[in-house]
Design a binder for this molecule. Structure first.
Ligand code: LLP
Length: 429
């Protein structure tokens, strides 16, 4: 039972007598041979399973899981999630266009967050008839009203409030303190709602909050929602009735799980219990915006070792993937487990795993104990499904990787590898 659960929670495991790493039974060696490397590989099964964990944890109330598109915006993944009932949290016109391309029927399940929306982006979202704008300032609310007026429609909005709650995570991805650029001070929100309720082009629809990302404890979510539900109750008593509370995203995963330690169902249950308790009698609809928890552990970046090189005391394993393909270690000192696709026998060595980009910051792991690897071997960087491909770039004029989606025993290319012509397509000499 336990090992079944682990296979479900981590699709990448050794398969078959030869111990070759596979994604839900599809050999990563075979995929690398067919599609080349670096290659992102995702388990569709796990993505849907994770979405369902949230849907069933909140089954007792009206809710919508609005997957945070920024975590992984590949069209095939958006389509898969939409087919399974997800809505979407977007932060740009580009993300809106992606949702509309992948699943136009989901437009009414979209919430639009983000601290700087342009008039064009607002217009596109009004035209698409999205569910709600999560507004982050009074001036944005004024802009929204003016764009809605131009179109003769009423814009549904939530204020994204800043609850001043500390969440223990990397400082770059913590958002819920007053000193951060996000949201509106919760103490000012009531007055803004009261004024907006009188505006013919605005419909006060909800309150939203998002306190940060990769948060492993349920407590800060509870603390933020308690403040938000208190505000909703206060507004209701003043005649401003909001039908939505949007709890944002942020539930973290265990990047060190090593197969055993993480029980995603228990984590989601704990998170849901904290939110339920804090909602304290709120009878409207709950929205949540998970990104990482749905896609991170469903994805791996498969890369080939180009070279193993010794410099003084250090051994460097140089891979064909680099910081432009997966920037998390360089940007947040993030840990990603790295496993050989086909392990070799022998003693472990301490190595740095690095990419070919001309920066010392281009590393995936430093002083990591690993089984022996040789040039030509394949490695898998695990838990790379969230903020991997989505944050990739063409730095060093490198072409971005291809992506494969595994669904049961089947698999398919869902994004072809970039080619030189893609790289040069937008430029004039
Ligand atoms: N909603 C809003 C308004 C957000 O800003 C975010 C993430 C989410 C939802 C989804 O959060 P999640 O459930 O994925 O934690 N690039 C960083 C993470 C940045 C998160 C930004 N906002 C990383 O690789 O760790």
């Amino acid at each position: 039972m336990k090992s079944d659960q682990n296979n479900l929670s981590r699709p990448f495991h050794a398969a078959g007598a030869r111990g070759v790493l596979a994604c839900d039974g599809v050999s990563l060696q075979a995929l690398a041979k067919q599609y080349g490397t670096p290659l992102y590989v995702y388990s569709g099964t796990q993505i849907v399973e994770r979405l369902r964990l949230f849907q069933s944890a909140f089954a007792g109330r009206e809710h919508l899981v609005c997957y945070a598109v920024k975590a992984n915006s590949s069209l095939a993944i958006l389509k898969l999630l939409a087919e399974n009932g997800a809505g979407f949290d977007i932060v740009s016109g580009g993300e809106l266009a992606r949702v509309l391309a992948a699943a136009p029927e989901a437009a009414g399940r979209v919430v639009f967050s983000g601290v700087g929306k342009t008039a064009e982006e607002i217009d596109a979202a009004l035209d698409a008839k999205i569910l709600e704008f999560n507004v982050e300032s009074e001036s944005e609310l004024a802009l929204l009203a003016s764009r809605a007026k131009k179109r003769g429609v009423k814009a549904r909005f939530a204020l994204r409030v800043n609850p001043d709650v500390f969440a223990d995570t990397h400082p770059y991805i913590s958002t819920g303190l007053r000193e951060h650029k996000f949201g509106i001070d919760i103490r000012q929100a009531a007055a803004i709602y009261r004024a907006a309720a009188k505006n013919k082009w605005l419909e006060p629809h909800g309150i939203s909050v998002h306190i940060g990302s990769q948060i492993r404890s349920a407590d800060p979510f509870g603390a933020a929602i308690r403040r938000v539900s208190k505000l909703a109750a206060q507004l209701r008593s003043e005649g401003v009735s909001l039908c939505v509370i949007d709890a944002g995203g942020g539930l973290g995963i265990d990047y060190h799980a090593g197969g055993d330690a993480s029980d995603p169902a228990a984590k989601v249950a704990e998170y849901a219990a904290a939110i339920e308790k804090a909602l304290d009698g709120f009878e409207g609809r709950l929205l949540i915006e998970p990104g990482r928890f749905i896609v991170a552990q469903a994805g791996a970046l498969v890369t080939r070792v180009l070279n193993v090189k010794k410099n003084g005391k250090k051994t460097f394993v140089i891979t064909d993937a680099a910081m432009n393909d997966l920037i998390r270690p360089a940007l947040y000192q993030a840990y990603h487990e790295i496993v050989p696709v086909k392990p070799r026998a022998g003693r472990t060595r301490v190595v740095d795993v690095v990419g070919p980009v001309c920066e010392t910051g281009d590393f995936f792991a430093r002083d990591r104990e690993m089984k022996p690897v040789e040039a030509g071997d394949l490695l898998a960087l695990l838990d790379a499904g969230a903020y991997g491909m989505a944050q990739s770039s063409n730095y060093n004029s490198r072409m971005r990787p291809a992506e494969v989606l595994v669904e049961g025993k089947k698999y398919r290319l869902v994004r072809r590898r970039e080619e030189m012509r893609d790289l040069l397509a937008t430029e004039m000499v």
